[in-house]
Design a protein around this ligand. Sequence first.
Ligand SMILES: [Zn+2]
Length: 284
Amino acid sequence: MQSRPPSEHEPRRCRLCGEQRPLTFEHIPPRSAHNRAPAAIQGIETWLARDSDPNAVARRPQVQQRGSGAYSLCGPCNNLAGRLYVPEFRHWIEMGTTVLFGPDDLAARFRDERETAYATVKLKQRRPARFVKQIATMLLAMSPPGLGDNFPELRAYAADPNAVGFPDRLRLYLALYAGPHVRYAAGAATVRNFLTTGTEIHHVYELAYPPFSYILSLEEQTPVIETGNASNFGSLRIDQSADVELQMIVGYGETPLPLDLRSPAALTADTSEREPFMPPWGGK
Ligand SMILES: [Zn+2]
């Protein structure tokens, strides 16, 4: 992730509109959504370095003093998201934070459960399309331009407030995510349904930042995780309000592996009981 301003001799493309324009610092997630503290970033630096150097080697984790983010959006795109999407996004962050760490404290309750836990959240009169457009903006902003180049419909959906319909070739999933790791995975491949119903290699982008993991799945045949598909929120217009009900995995980020939502108890059990090797995504 580019955390310093690009020099003038180093033109870069806005990840949202795709144009060569001066880039501004985009907080990912937005500053108002619990992203103010200095952040240790692992992994994403390498992915984004490929922007300029396909053979970039991994660097040590960086601490970004201004919170997590990148110089990846032009000023107009940054402002658009800040004005139209972020205020709605903040409500969902509050909801997720309350469910995980509020009076019910699901994060603490399920830490010791080996089985995957689920929670169904209900929201009254929210504007889900704005929330989804903000997620699409963040996923584009944290990724090399290839994501938007290969899926221009995702750019179009995020950049045009009036665009309706989440792109057909893509699926968006949400999981509750209690941390402690923050994960940026831009273009990971992960194998699901291992040795059971047939194998599918899923290509995913994950932003895992409490209280949510946002997962973008490319051209999947089978759901990349068992619940939490929020793609149909995109079928609403930007000003449309709706009552929302969504079942999500109560996930943890004990490892830096994309989509590894196992609880501490499940991780310990997998590590100590299963020999000689069990993939982190489980074999169920
Ligand atoms: Zn732009």
